[in-house]
Design a protein around this ligand. Sequence first.
Ligand code: FAD
Length: 285
Amino acid sequence: MKTCEIFKNKTSLSFEVFPPRSDTPIDSIYSTVDELAHLKPDFISVTYGAGGNGSNATIGICEMIKEKHSIEPVAHLACINLTREKVLFELAQMKAAGIENILALRGDVNPNIPPHDDFKYASELIELIKENGDFNVIGACYPETHPEAASGVEDIKHLKEKVDAGCSQLISQLFFDNEDFYAFREKAAIAGIDVPIEAGIMPVTNPKTIARMATLCHARLPKKFLTIMQKYENDPIAMRDAGIAYAVSQIVDLIANDVDGIHLYTMNNPYIASKICEAVQTLFR
Ligand code: FAD
């Protein structure tokens, strides 16, 4: 099933997981997926390359999600370090595995790996995927503007190019102030971007993650968020619960403001995902 169909009937709830590190057996993720599957998300996306296992791990986990749990998987695919031939090989593997949905990404430029010349932007990957199979293609978007973009206007312009190239839905980078998301959604609509946009929500439950996320994703930390986190930084249980409560309050407000869907960055932590789902499950209709 193509995940873009979900939005016609309801506000979607999706999860993101990442493959284990390359020195850890792949099946260490399976019990995590089992627990997440009980929460009945509309789809689960699996990151690409983040743990060093490349696409074999991503495709293997996607197959398990589909076969064992009958939940639609979304395979991430990042092109910056791939040749065109390698992408075509990956697409053939995905097709053989019954994967219908791909989150098409450029990937972050790694200073230690010189990028191939075949792909400069995600829009080029999206075009190639659309020419080579009946895949539903999803794109990434950035409520606070992608850090490398020349300006917010340029970033939205390039986002429209991704949609025109064949994206039928978007998933946003994490953010901690819903007003940033609403402002971005309005600008996207003005630019003629009319595909569903899921809001990316990351429950932040320990101070180390906050610092890492703020640096990696360039996410702005609003005063309200910082006050809560500073108050509980030396009390891990209170910190965890405050992080869950903050994510719940973001989700409630987003749904009240007619968001198309919520994409939960689970960090492979079913406990936190289950607490959040418990609090908001009746809102997804
Ligand atoms: P693009 O859409 O190509 O945009 C990158 C930059 O180029 C932007 O600044 C854009 O404005 C600019 N740009 C685009 N087109 C043009 C043009 N024609 N001319 C000039 N500038 C242009 N990374 C991974 O490695 N693996 C993952 O699994 C992964 N999952 C992710 C999931 C989500 C939901 C998100 C939001 C990000 C994810 N990332 C992942 C990170 C992503 O790869 C990085 O954010 C990357 O820096 C940008 O990828 P993109 O696909 O958005 O790139």
